[in-house]
Design a protein. Structure first.
Length: 196
C-alpha cells in the first residue's frame, strides 16, 4: 500500500488491476489497535500500565484463538470502558468487510465503518480509516479479484528458513538447488556416515 509502489505499477502497467493484499491491510489495522493501547498506557500512567500488563495479544488475536484465561481477562477489561476496547471493537467490526461478495455492498459497509472509525476519537484508528479512504478504489478491487499474496509470502519465509539453516551458500547455484530440493520435499540421499 506504499504510494510510490502503487504509482509505479499504474505507470508501468496501466491496464493492470491493482489489488491490495488483505494480510497487509489487517496488519495496518492491528498496528493501529496496538498504538491505541500504547497511547492509553502513556496517557494514564503507571497504575494503568499495571492494569494493562500482558494484554497486548488479547487485543490483537482473533477471538477464537484466545485461551480460556485470555477470554476471561478480556471480559474483565471490557467492563472498564477503555479506549483500547473501542479500538478492539472497531477491529472486530472491520472483519465483516471481508465477508461481502459484491463490491457495492462492501463499499457501503466500508463507508459505514469509516464513519465509526473517524468519530471514535482514536487518532490511530482515524489515520487507518483515512488510509483506507485514500486507497478505496484499489481496496475494493479485491471483491472483483479475490486474490492474496499468502502463498508467495509463505514460500518467501520457507526460502529464508532454508538459507538460515545452511548458514550461507558458496554459490547461487547451490542455493537454488537447495531451494528446489527442500521446497519439493524430496527425500534426503542416504549417506555412509551418521552424525551424533
Amino acid at each position: 500500500m506504499w504510494q510510490p509502489y502503487a504509482d509505479v505499477v499504474k505507470a508501468r502497467a496501466p491496464n493492470a488491476i491493482l489489488v491490495f493484499d488483505k494480510f497487509h491491510i489487517v496488519q495496518h489495522l492491528t498496528k493501529a489497535v496496538d498504538q491505541v493501547r500504547r497511547d492509553e498506557i502513556r496517557e494514564k500512567g503507571q497504575a494503568h500500565k499495571q492494569l494493562m500488563t500482558k494484554t497486548r495479544y488479547i487485543w490483537l488475536k482473533n477471538p477464537w484463538n484466545l485461551t480460556d484465561k485470555q477470554q476471561e481477562r478480556l471480559g474483565e477489561l471490557e467492563q472498564l470502558n477503555l479506549k483500547i476496547n473501542r479500538a478492539y471493537l472497531l477491529k472486530e467490526a472491520f472483519r465483516q468487510f471481508w465477508g461481502y461478495i459484491h463490491p457495492g455492498w462492501a463499499k457501503h459497509y466500508l463507508d459505514k465503518w469509516f464513519w465509526w472509525a473517524t468519530h471514535s476519537r482514536l487518532q490511530p484508528m482515524r489515520d487507518f480509516a483515512w488510509m483506507l479512504r485514500r486507497h478505496q478504489k484499489d481496496l475494493l478491487n479485491y471483491f472483483n479479484m479475490p486474490i492474496s499474496n499468502g502463498t508467495v509470502e509463505g514460500l518467501n519465509n520457507k526460502a529464508k528458513v532454508i538459507s538460515h539453516k545452511a548458514y550461507g551458500f558458496r554459490t547461487p547455484k547451490n542455493y537454488i538447488r537447495n531451494l528446489y530440493h527442500c521446497m519439493a520435499d524430496l527425500l534426503l540421499p542416504q549417506t555412509m556416515h551418521t552424525f551424533a
